[in-house]
Ligand binder design. Structure first.
Ligand SMILES: [Ca+2]
Length: 381
C-alpha cells in the first residue's frame, strides 16, 4: 500500500509537477479529503478533454470553436489551426475530442461539432478527424466522416461523445435535436448511437444494414440527448448517459440494436409540468430500460470509470458531471448495480461539463463557464 502510494505520487509529479500539496483547495468527502487544483483557467465554455500520450498534456475543446493544448505545467496554447468551422448556436459548437486508439502511429484527432445547414437556420451534429502536427499547432487534412441528416436543430440537443471500443470501432452518441419523435425514426440519425469504422465507413454487421428506409449507421436508438459516454474498462461494454426532460436523466448500457425508449418511455415529464405527449409510461414493453435513472434531473454530462490504483477508495466507482446540480456525482457499483451515490464539490458552484480519469489516476474536470477551468481532483494521501 505504501509502495503503491509512493509510485502514485511519483507518477503524479511526473505528469503535473509536485505543486498540488501546496496549492490545492481541499473539501470533505465520504472517502477522504478531496484536493482540487486548478490546472488552467480562462477557458471559454470548455466541453471536452483528451490526454495526449507520453505526458505531453491534454487537448481541450472550447464550445465557441477552439481546440487548444494544455501543457503538463498548465500553459494554454493558441487555438490549433485546421479545426472545422462550427455552428455556435444554443448548445451547439465544438463539442467532443478523442484521440485515435493508434494515435502514437497515426496522430489522428477526432472531433464532434454542430454544423449549420446551408441556409444557416438549422444544424446538426457532425464528426471528423485530422492529423495533429508534431508541433501540435495544426490539424492537417481535417475530413468530415459523419453528419446527422436531416438538419433539425435550432440550437438544442447535439449530444455528443465519441468512444472507441476494444476492436477499434468508433461510436458516436448523439442527441435528437429536440425533435422528440425522431429518436424512434430509423430513417433519421437523431437520438441514436452510430457505429462506424474510423474513416466513417459503415460496418456490414451493424444491426440494421440492408433494411429498407433505415440508416445503416445506427447501433441503438431512442435516446434523448447524450453528453456522456465511456467504455467500461472491466467489461468492454459501452455506457452512455443522457439528459431526460424534467426528470429522467439516465445511464444506459448499450446493446446492439436496442431501443432505449425516448420519447415513448421516460421517467421524466415536460418542462410545462405535463406528461410527455408521446410517452406510454416509465416501463414499456420492447424498450431497454435505464441501468440507472434520476427522477430529478441533475443534468448530467461527461462520465468516467475509475480503474486506477492511485486512489483505491474510488476503485470501481463511476463519476458523472452535473450541470444544473453543479456537482460531481460519484456512484458506487456492486454486482453491476448502483448501490450508493455521493455528490461532490458542490462548494465550487460550477457546472461540470466533462470528467475523465487522467494517466496519473487523478480525475480531471471541466467547468462549463464563460471563464471555465480545468480542475485536477484527488484524495489527500
Ligand atoms: Ca431511456
Amino acid at each position: 500500500m505504501i509502495r503503491k502510494t509512493l509510485i502514485a505520487a511519483v507518477c503524479a509529479s511526473a505528469f503535473f509537477g509536485a505543486s498540488w500539496q501546496a496549492s490545492a483547495a481541499t473539501y470533505k468527502s465520504e472517502e477522504g479529503t478531496l484536493t482540487v487544483d486548478e490546472v488552467v483557467g480562462g477557458l471559454q465554455h470548455p466541453w471536452a478533454v483528451a490526454f495526449l500520450p507520453e505526458g505531453k498534456g491534454m487537448l481541450v475543446t472550447e464550445r465557441p470553436g477552439s481546440l487548444r493544448v494544455v501543457s503538463p505545467d498548465g500553459k494554454l496554447s493558441a487555438p490549433i489551426s485546421g479545426v472545422p468551422q462550427v455552428w455556435v448556436q444554443g448548445q451547439g459548437g465544438l463539442l467532443d475530442v478523442e484521440l485515435s486508439p493508434d494515435f502514437a502511429k497515426d496522430r489522428m484527432v477526432y472531433l464532434t461539432y454542430a454544423e449549420a445547414a446551408p441556409d444557416g437556420k438549422t444544424g446538426g451534429t457532425a464528426a471528423g478527424r485530422g492529423r495533429l502536427s508534431q508541433d501540435m499547432t495544426r490539424l492537417e487534412g481535417f475530413t468530415r466522416i459523419f453528419q446527422q441528416q436531416p438538419k433539425l436543430s435550432v440550437g438544442n440537443h447535439f449530444g455528443s461523445r465519441i468512444v472507441f471500443d476494444r476492436d477499434g470501432y468508433l461510436f458516436i452518441a448523439l442527441g435528437e435535436n429536440n425533435n422528440r419523435p425522431t429518436a424512434q425514426d430509423l430513417d433519421k440519425l437523431q437520438g441514436k448511437i452510430v457505429r462506424l469504422y474510423p474513416d466513417g465507413s459503415i460496418p456490414d454487421d451493424n444491426p440494421f444494414v440492408g433494411q429498407k428506409n433505415v440508416r445503416p449507421e445506427i447501433w441503438s436508438y431512442g435516446h434523448r440527448n447524450q453528453q456522456g459516454a465511456a467504455l467500461n474498462p472491466w467489461t468492454g461494454t459501452l455506457w452512455t448517459n443522457e439528459h431526460g426532460p424534467m426528470g429522467g436523466d439516465e445511464i444506459n448500457i448499450i446493446e446492439r440494436g436496442a431501443n432505449y425508449g425516448w420519447p415513448i418511455s421516460t421517467f421524466g415529464i415536460d418542462y410545462n409540468g405535463q406528461p410527455i405527449p408521446e410517452s406510454k409510461g416509465k416501463i414499456v414493453e420492447g424498450v431497454t430500460h435505464p441501468f440507472h435513472v434520476w427522477e430529478k434531473s441533475p443534468a448530467i454530462s461527461g462520465m468516467a470509470f475509475y480503474d486506477a490504483d492511485t486512489f483505491q477508495q474510488w476503485d470501481h466507482n463511476v463519476f458523472v458531471g452535473a450541470l444544473a446540480a453543479q456537482v460531481l456525482i460519484r456512484l458506487e457499483l456492486k454486482d453491476d448495480k448502483v448501490v450508493h451515490e455521493e455528490r461532490l464539490l458542490g462548494e465550487l458552484k460550477s457546472r461540470i461539463r466533462d470528467v475523465r480519469q487522467g494517466p496519473d489516476g487523478y480525475l480531471y474536470l471541466l467547468t462549463d463557464e464563460e471563464h471555465g477551468k480545468l480542475l485536477k481532483v484527488g484524495l489527500a494521501q
